[in-house]
Design a binder for this molecule. Sequence first.
Ligand code: ACO
Length: 264
Amino acid sequence: MPGRGTEAGPGLEEAGLRLDVEGPVATLTLNRPERRNAMTFAMWHAMAAVGRSLPEDVRVVVVRGAGPSFSAGIDLGMFAPGGEGERRFSGGADPAEADRFIAGLQEGFTWLRRPGVVSVAAVHGHAIGAGFQLALSCDIRVIADDTSFCMKEPALGLVPDLTGTKPLVEIVGVPRALELCLTARTVGAEEAARLGLAEIVTPRDGLDAAVRGLVDSLLAVNAGAAAATKRLLWQAPERTLEEQAAAERHEQIGRLRELFASRP
Ligand code: ACO
């Protein structure tokens, strides 16, 4: 069912994306199945635009892939001789301009961590390179049992730069992250769950139902409490116990004020 459009609407289809907004739930679908949802610069810019223009009442964002795979990562066509990658980043490119350009691409991923929404990656098939990083950018990963993750960038002479290194290290720690990235090996669903890379593993044909069940549970919780709790939890690793205790008090006072103010 088509959802409400957003300012980011025009251009989404050309960028290989589909956005369906149904009340508090937005579903962002990588929609280039014939290319295994390989991602282009245009797609990442469009994802950033979706983040900027998402209706304020959206509380959950589901990110999924159409066809047999979640995403085969960056569109390798961009690295073909004379392709967009070479044009932008060859030796003569201005480093400051290149830095700004990559920051713009990263924006397509970082908004998924903002407190007002809970982002859920619904992953099946391959999630390679940028596809793995996109799954890592989400708060929660629900994966089908045919999922395989691979951080392929180093094998191609690159680093993972779409904001995936921080969540990867947060989840598996530096030694395991090093082992995964520097061997570029494939991690199957069972191991992914064991490493904490997936919160829910489901048979392939149960993925949509598992995501729906999770979304219903997330929506059943008070919206303000959800946003405040997400803020607290994501900031916890950076803080001392005292700082976190102070942050809990601050958030709780806000919650209590709002709860009492809403009483008849
Ligand atoms: N970029 C561009 N086109 C791609 C990509 C990609 N990353 N991945 C797949 N395609 C294309 C294939 O070229 C093929 O096109 P064709 O039908 O014109 O021949 C089509 O999508 C289907 O791909 P197949 O390889 O036939 O599909 P299969 O299911 O057998 O394999 C797989 C899927 C494993 C994902 C394989 O396509 C693959 O290894 N792709 C490359 C993955 C990769 O190295 N990504 C870069 C990671 S690094 C980063 O993201 C920064």
